[in-house]
Design a protein around this ligand. Structure first.
Ligand SMILES: Nc1ncnc2c1ncn2[C@@H]1O[C@H](COP(=O)(O)OP(=O)(O)OP(=O)(O)O)[C@@H](O)[C@H]1O
Length: 202
């Protein structure tokens, strides 16, 4: 199993954000996390990435306990979280070069991918000068272009226009067809209804 969780729970003060949650997401499948603001979607993603310890229960990512300090785990999981950031002074091209250097042989880190994101005319503009949606596209590309078997995405549709949202849906479909597991917190209906195999409503 790609991602599994047994009896997972996180308590926030007196209340439980979620409890007795069991997950089983196989390779090539997408799990969508839905729910209102503050319902615990980002918290659950952090538990899957190992940056937050659940109050109870256990997570396994391809058989391992998630721990971003472990290099093997970092090669397994790629994330776009609330706090994901770009290097403002580096252009998309320089971000691409950095990725290629950090992950030699990564098949996804190619110029074609940047063209598909509509960033090809902005390849040499410092990221700090890109629009919010363009920055979001670059962040998404950064997550996709790293080697991964698990993709964790926290509201990736934020700041994207209609074309960007369609592009995002295609990115997630492509990740699934490569056999990756995708877990995405999202309010984007096309992603939740048409692409996700499972939904957990928190
Ligand atoms: N261990 C904890 N102890 C206390 N409070 C916590 C704990 N973990 C999470 N919370 C709180 O629970 C709430 C859940 O927030 P979270 O960001 O996970 O929700 P979300 O569904 O992603 O929200 P949004 O849709 O607004 O992004 C927050 O108010 C957070 O501060």
């Amino acid at each position: 199993m790609g991602v599994s969780a047994n009896n997972l729970g996180v308590r926030a003060g007196e209340d439980w954000l979620f409890r007795e949650l069991d997950l089983a997401v196989a390779e090539g499948e997408c799990l969508a996390l839905t729910g209102s603001n503050g319902s615990g979607k980002s918290t659950l993603l952090r538990c899957l990435y190992g940056t937050q310890r659940p109050t109870e229960g256990q997570v396994r990512i391809f058989g391992q306990a998630p721990d971003e300090r472990v290099p093997e785990f970092r090669r397994l999981a790629s994330v776009l979280m609330d706090d994901s950031a770009l290097f403002d002074e580096l252009s998309p091209r320089q971000h691409l070069e950095l990725l290629t250097r950090s992950y030699p042989g990564s098949p996804e880190a190619d110029q074609e991918l940047f063209a598909s994101a509509g960033l090809d005319a902005r390849m040499d503009v410092p990221a700090g000068k890109l629009s919010a949606g363009q920055r979001r596209r670059l962040l998404l590309l950064g997550a996709i272009a790293r080697p991964h078997q698990l993709l964790l995405l926290d509201e990736p549709e934020r700041a994207l226009d209609a074309a960007g949202r369609e592009w995002l849906v295609e990115l997630v479909r492509a990740a699934k067809s490569r056999g990756a597991v995708v877990v995405v917190a999202s309010h984007h209906l096309a992603l939740v209804e048409d692409v996700a195999d499972w939904t957990v409503d928190l």
